[in-house]
Design a protein. Structure first.
Length: 751
């Protein structure tokens, strides 16, 4: 209601302002209209014995018709300084009789405003401009006096110009241009002194209409608001609705500063783990995360089906194999599945999740803590969680220490998640699946080896240890010739129990490969046979060998190691680059190199530029005038495990002294010669010491192999302002010299 009253008051004030402005425009038109009218005194006119005659200031005074005094009057002139009457009538005294005569005169202002300054339409245009100017000046003065806003004042001025021109032009044209708007005859003053508005009044209404239209079209209102800026510490928004924006860029991990800047309730969890997440820690958040299956994590070829057998409030899915009639999964295959967590309004929410075979009786955080395994093996707060499992044979025996399926039974796995506010879903999310109960008729599969195929091995290696990773418990052998499993001669030590699964959910067979030859390929063949301890007719062996090639190598060598000589500089700290070049080895010398200042085993650090044929490391070392010795040790290792070691020593001298001129003399017949205490470059000027070294005139070496003897052209009576610098750029200051030599003194001394 209050706002409605305010709006009504504003509309009322605007209406009053428009009316006042309209009246102001009308007043300005009235001023222009009055200037264009012909006012004549009826009382004086009645005394005239003759018709009125027009006279001009400074012009001849004509004699009135029928008047004896006219001749006398006609001989006079109307003085320019004579005051003019407002009514346009001149009253002149008769010199002879003492009587008076009256004459009309043309008011020049009236002629402009009435359109009579020139004939025809031109006079009307002049009148329009005069009316517009008068109206403009009037509203300019009045508006400034009233203190109108800029928008109102400009609109008012535009309206005065347009309306004034229209009124002035139409009013004068209707009178002075016959036929333009119909016949018109100028009228004179009527009896009784009444004003005749019939002549000029016709254009005023039109002018007012145009003025009103222009005002409405150009009117703008202004509103002034004062904004105060204060330079204060940044204050994050309250709450934490935007906390998780910090987690959206996978290439820019969230930091605590960025997290705190998004909201006062934002907290960074899992700090320093590489899985840092920004979450809204809100004590009023009592809703647990919502769990949904993650389709992108599911093993290829499998699918999620809704599990309607789960009793509410629990929810879940079945993991099924569409290619199997009973939907069960194949034995000894990896199973990968996952979940994603959201808030109740379907926005992503990071959470920590656990998985177990049994549903606990506890609720809340206690129920979450009682579960055995973290989902995916990680306790990080994540949006998505992925779990890998190994499905054993339905006839496998042993004790499982991880989330593995037992003896071909249908597995039921329960999942709980907890958000950063400690809310845990009480309604477990359930995964169910089964392993095909049919006999294991598939041979084992070697999934990987501890040494990659085509890898290099160390020079002169007698044997190479190797691990083979199999998808199920099995016995494995190897040979240098591709044979059947039973014919292979080299046995391996294998994990044959289901509980001996490794972290990669595979089973390890270990052995040593022998007979490796240098600088050539060494091919080995592997085969495995499943279900150790079973009758031979129930076991299946690999029909195709797993092939592994190992490349023999050469000995790695150090071609060069620098620096190994004296290093000089002109600053206390001198940058020194250790550089080592390697050759031969596994990949023609490509190696990773390490350096140490002590040679201790655990003190080596990888060089900044390495894993190449040349490795480099820049060091900032301290020197002195007397020299400081250094020794560094280098160790390089190539892809085959070949190592090469070496060391280098050097001394750093720091020279911060500029060259000294030890002798200056005249060399016969016409040369100035100087000698410096070290190799140097010298220049001179004949004016002063205040010059840059680059601007000096170069002194020449008498012998280019001797760099401490310098010469210049001899000039009698000259002064040589000489500067010298060494190879470390040690030189005098810009306004100083190494020596000033007087040719006069040297001449006298030689004489």
């Amino acid at each position: 209601m209050k706002k409605q009253n305010e709006r009504k008051e504003i509309r009322k004030k605007k209406a009053i302002s428009i009316v006042e402005i309209f009246l102001m425009i009308s007043v300005s038109f009235a001023v222009a209209f009055s200037l264009g009218q012909n006012f004549v005194s009826a009382d004086v006119t009645s005394l005239l014995p003759v018709p009125l005659s027009k006279v001009y200031r400074g012009g001849p005074l004509p004699a009135p018709t029928g008047s004896a005094s006219g001749a006398a009057l006609g001989a006079d002139t109307f003085p320019p300084q004579t005051a003019l009457s407002q009514d346009g009538v001149i009253v002149v005294a008769d010199k002879t009789t003492g009587g008076v005569s009256q004459f009309t005169w043309d008011n020049p202002i009236k002629k402009i405003y009435s359109g009579q300054a020139t004939s025809g339409v031109g006079g009307s245009l002049v009148a329009g401009v005069a009316w517009a100017a008068t109206a403009y000046i009037a509203v300019k003065l009045i508006g400034s006096f009233l203190g109108l806003k800029d928008g109102q004042q400009k609109a008012l001025e535009n309206a005065a110009l347009a309306g004034g021109f229209t009124a002035g032009f139409l009013s004068s044209a209707a009178t002075n241009v016959p036929g333009l708007f119909g016949a018109a005859t100028p009228g004179l003053a009527g009896s009784g002194g009444a004003l005749n508005f019939m002549t000029f009044g016709g254009g005023v209404p039109a002018g007012l209409i145009i003025a009103a239209a222009v005002f409405i079209l150009t009117y703008t209102d202004e509103k002034k608001e004062v904004v105060t800026y204060l330079c204060l510490p940044y204050e994050p928004p309250i709450k934490g609705e935007k906390c998780e924006q910090c987690n959206k860029d996978p290439f820019k991990p969230c930091s605590e500063y960025r997290c705190k800047a998004l909201g006062q309730a934002c907290e960074l969890v899992d700090k320093g783990t590489g899985h840092d997440k920004c979450v809204w820690v809100n004590k009023f958040d009592v809703k647990s995360p919502t769990i949904s299956p993650l389709k992108s994590a599911l093993t290829t070829g499998l699918k999620y089906d809704p599990d309607n057998s789960i009793r509410p409030p629990n929810r879940g899915v079945k993991i099924v194999n569409p290619l199997n009639q009973n939907g069960c999964l194949q034995a000894f295959t990896k199973l990968t599945f996952g979940i994603t967590t959201n808030t109740s309004d379907e926005n992503s929410e990071p959470a920590r999740c656990k998985i177990d075979y049994t549903r606990g009786n506890s609720t809340g955080k206690a129920g979450f803590d009682s579960m055995q395994y973290y989902f995916g093996g990680s306790n990080y707060f994540e949006y998505n969680h992925v779990q890998e499992m190994k499905l054993p044979s339905p006839n496998a025996t042993g004790v499982d220490l991880g989330p593995l399926l037992k003896n071909g039974e249908t597995a039921t796995l329960y999942v709980k998640c907890m958000d950063a506010n400690g809310n845990v879903n009480e309604d477990d999310f359930v995964f169910t699946f089964c392993v095909d109960k049919g006999p294991d008729t598939t041979p084992p599969i070697i999934e990987a080896t501890s040494i990659n195929n085509d890898a290099y091995v160390q020079y002169n290696a007698d044997s190479v240890p190797i691990d083979v990773y199999v998808n199920e418990p099995a016995e494995c052998k190897w040979s240098r010739i591709d044979k059947s499993f039973n014919d292979m001669e080299n046995n391996m030590n294998c994990a044959t129990k289901t509980y001996e699964v490794n972290s990669q959910l595979t089973y390890t067979c270990s052995g040593s490969l022998t007979g490796i030859k240098n600088e050539q390929d060494n091919i080995f063949y592997f085969r495995c046979k499943d279900q150790p301890g079973k009758p031979e007719n129930e076991r299946y062996s690999m029909e195709q060998s797993y092939v592994l090639n190992l490349k023999g190598s050469r000995q790695l060598t150090l071609i060069s190691l620098i620096p190994n000589e004296t290093i000089r500089g002109n600053t206390e700290v001198v940058p020194v680059t250790l550089e080592v070049q390697t050759g031969a080895g596994a990949e023609e010398g490509k190696a990773v190199c390490y350096f140490s200042s002590t040679g201790d085993k655990d003190s080596y650090v990888a060089m900044f530029e390495t894993d190449n044929y040349i490795s480099r490391q820049t060091l900032d070392l301290t020197g002195s005038l007397a020299g400081i010795p250094y020794k560094y040790y280098v160790r390089c290792v190539d892809a085959g495990g070949n190592a090469a070691e070496g060391s280098t020593g050097f001394t750093i001298f720091v020279d911060k002294n500029q060259p000294i001129v030890t002798r200056a003399y005249k060399e016969v017949p016409d040369a100035l010669k100087i000698v410096t205490n070290e190799d140097a470059q010298c220049v001179y000027s004949l004016n002063s010491c205040n010059y840059n070294f680059a601007d000096g005139k170069q002194m020449l070496y008498i012998d280019t192999s001797v760099l401490n003897v310098h010469a210049a052209e001899w000039k009698n009576n000259a002064y040589y302002y000489i500067k010298c610098k060494d190879k470390y750029e040690n030189q005098p200051s810009p306004n100083a010299c190494s020596i000033v030599v007087s040719a006069i003194e040297l001449t006298q001394r030689n004489a």
